[in-house]
Design a binder for this molecule. Structure first.
Ligand code: FES
Ligand code: FES
Length: 160
């Protein structure tokens, strides 16, 4: 199958990229757009490490074809800090302040799933947070501190 030139809108900017029809978004983000904040864990939809936001929804980029993302708005972990100042987003600060990061491998996916939740539902219950993060696995933190961080971020004014 022939490579093709596509345009993806990533973190508010259009990027022209040459991809194969079978290229997965996670690989295109990491290897062609050089946005390595998005992690690849299982590569089969089980761990959530590759989570990005597409048109407002948390999506697994390891199960998404890059060519299917044309015309959509993709947000990666690199795209949620303040564009002008570079200051971290409140959800990133909350993860740091609550000790919700250890090795950090799951963290971009956890943060983007949390971000998508808080955009849609600024005051989620603990159970709603659990449900939103149920597809994101963490082998280090035991999850409690992550739930605390999301809850605190919501209580302190949310992500926007
Ligand atoms: S790498 Fe996509 S779900 Fe694990
Ligand atoms: S902090 Fe290590 S996997 Fe979550």
């Amino acid at each position: 199958m022939k490579n093709q030139l596509i345009t993806l809108n990533i973190n508010g900017e259009d990027m022209d990229l040459v991809v194969a029809p079978t290229d997965l978004l996670v690989e295109v983000l990491r290897k062609k757009a050089h946005l390595t904040g998005t992690k690849k864990g299982c590569g089969q939809g089980d761990c959530g490490a590759c989570t990005v936001i597409i048109d407002g929804k948390a999506v697994l980029s390891c199960l998404t074809l890059a060519i299917a993302c044309q015309g959509k708005k993709i947000t990666t972990i690199e795209g949620i800090a303040d564009r002008k100042t570079g200051e971290m987003n409140p959800i990133q600060k909350a993860f740091l302040n609550h000790g919700a990061v250890q090795c950090g491998y799951c963290t971009p996916g956890m943060i983007l799933s949390s971000y998508a939740l808080l955009c849609e539902n600024p005051h989620p219950t603990r159970q709603e947070i659990r449900r939103a993060l149920s597809g994101n696995l963490c082998r280090c933190t035991g999850y409690i501190l992550i739930l605390d961080a999301v809850e605190a971020c919501a209580a302190e004014g949310g992500v926007l």
